[in-house]
Design a protein around this ligand. Structure first.
Ligand SMILES: CC(C)(COP(=O)(O)OP(=O)(O)OC[C@H]1O[C@@H](n2cnc3c(N)ncnc32)[C@H](O)[C@@H]1OP(=O)(O)O)[C@@H](O)C(=O)NCCC(=O)NCCS
Length: 291
């Protein structure tokens, strides 16, 4: 399809050096994991005078060639293209994140992959603590333990719900209790989706909304997150966190602190491998937002 896009270049970007002659689950798991460990979930374009677009060539250039990550619409569109280029049986699905009851339209994009008659949900770009490392089996009610916690897909008839049971957060810096992190629900719905495949135009309106509506999460918080072998790193506004998963103790250790404007560029570079062309204006508003 798109002449300027190159699968090998993408594989180099995510550090995948294996063979992909076999279109099996093991290969899918591996590239999924490499993607989330290499390419950040971030909405920084909204906060440095750029635009998020659904144009695959623009997304490819941004993420694969220009040291950037992207939001779910970008990362998962790119990942869908990769899977199709490899030859996996893949369709795009629309999902709905319902934060504070405000969500009313599909605002998240995921991929469904079928291998040997079994279906899997691949999602390389939810970000932060709800990011799956590996695709999830599309099986109702089954506990699917991963590094971040226990994920579950539940068939509710016309929709499927993704939920996660988290471990208790333990803050290294107790003054950040004000963030309400310690009272987080143990089991929380992440999003819901239907299995009816959609095309890219399904997301044009929400893509515009996310970066322009005063109530949108993306307008109210600049977010960047990257999964690491032991947990994840996050930067929301000026608040930088390093989270270490301790499944054997049943906790996630959260080391969180505010950084100064002067530290932003260096943190993005050193902790997230991101280089921005324009200056970032961090934002962290507390509000009832839609995503
Ligand atoms: C930004 C986000 C953490 C807010 O979640 P929430 O459920 O509203 O709030 P939580 O109870 O988890 O956190 C409470 C507060 O702590 C902040 N917080 C939570 N985890 C944090 C972390 N690791 N680092 C810094 N701040 C954090 C939140 O921003 C929130 O701040 P606020 O009360 O000032 O608004 C959450 O929406 C998220 O993880 N977003 C990124 C992923 C995402 O939105 N993906 C969508 C795919 S398109």
């Amino acid at each position: 399809m798109k002449g300027k896009m190159n699968l090998d270049e993408y594989f180099r970007r995510i550090g995948f050096h294996g063979s992909y002659s076999k279109l099996d689950l093991a290969t899918l798991k591996l590239i999924h994991k490499q993607h989330v460990m290499s390419l950040p979930f971030e909405n920084l374009s909204v906060h440095c005078g750029d635009k998020i677009t659904m144009d695959l060539e623009v997304i490819y250039d941004k993420i694969v060639r220009n040291s950037r990550g992207g939001c779910c619409l970008e990362n998962n569109s790119l990942f869908g293209w990769v899977l199709r280029e490899m030859g996996y049986d893949t369709v795009t699905l629309g999902a709905r994140v319902d934060i504070d009851g405000c969500g009313s339209t599909d605002n998240h994009l995921v991929n469904k992959v079928v291998i040997d008659g079994k279906s899997y949900i691949a999602d390389v770009s939810y970000g932060m603590s709800f990011q799956v490392r590996e695709p999830l089996e599309l099986v109702s009610g089954k506990d699917q333990p991963q590094a971040a916690g226990i994920f579950r897909l539940i068939d509710q008839g016309d929709v499927w719900v993704l939920e996660k049971t988290s471990r208790k957060p333990k803050l290294v810096n107790p003054e950040f209790n004000k963030l309400n992190l310690v009272n987080r629900d143990e089991t929380k719905e992440i999003y819901r989706f239907s299995l009816t495949p959609v095309e890219v135009d399904h997301f044009f309106e929400i893509c515009h909304f996310l970066q322009t509506d005063p109530n949108s999460l993306f307008i109210n918080k600049s977010i960047c997150s990257l999964q690491t072998p032991t947990g994840f790193r996050g930067l929301i506004g000026w608040t930088y966190s390093e989270v270490t998963y301790k499944p054997e103790e049943g906790i996630d250790v959260i080391d969180i602190r505010d950084i100064s404007d002067d530290e932003i560029d260096q943190t993005l570079k050193e902790k997230f491998n991101i280089k921005l062309q324009n200056k970032l204006q961090p934002v962290n508003n507390k509000t009832c937002f839609t995503i």
